[in-house]
Design a protein around this ligand. Structure first.
Ligand code: ATP
Ligand code: MG
Length: 139
């Protein structure tokens, strides 16, 4: 498996609840190198564009409101098989189904307010990294 990059976010629920430090520790314990990191309040327009793939879903408007309600921590993570390994570390979308020890099991409030995001494929990872980071911000 090649070294690859994924795009990750600590979502507004987890930032507001004070879980940023613990989640960053878990990221490093899982062997990810942090290539990009910033805290930012995502605008409603950015949240709409970022989650445009879910435009037709009943939860879309609520998801956009949630993702723009406060600061998120935006991250570019690198390791071998990063996309799959980060999704495993986050756990299932719905925390009720997330395995013990995963970030969503530990920190998510609900299926919507689920503490973390991770890209789902190499193409989406590349798009999402570019959406929030310029090349000079990747160190
Ligand atoms: P993400 O893309 O944020 O990493 P995911 O890939 O596990 O999460 P998706 O199906 O892409 O899940 O859904 C995107 C986000 O939309 C979820 O992380 C969650 O915040 C929200 N969401 C998904 N399904 C529901 C639902 N049934 N009700 C409310 N919110 C939902
Ligand atoms: Mg997704």
């Amino acid at each position: 498996m090649a070294v690859e990059r994924t795009y990750a976010m600590i979502k507004p629920d987890a930032v507001t609840n004070g879980h940023t430090g613990r989640i960053l520790s878990i990221i490093q314990e899982h062997g990810f190198k942090i290539i990009g990191l910033k805290q930012k309040s995502i605008s409603p327009a950015e949240a709409e564009a970022f989650y445009a793939v879910h435009r037709e879903r009943p939860f879309y408007a609520s998801l956009v409101t949630f993702m723009s309600e406060g600061p998120s921590v935006l991250l570019v993570l690198e390791r071998e098989d990063a996309i799959k390994k980060w999704r495993e570390a986050m756990g299932a979308t719905n925390p009720a189904n997330a395995a013990d020890g995963t970030i969503r099991k530990l920190f998510a409030e609900s299926i919507e307010r689920n503490a973390a995001h991770g890209s789902d494929a190499p193409e989406t990872a590349a798009q999402e990294i570019q959406f929030f980071f310029s090349a000079s911000e990747l160190l």
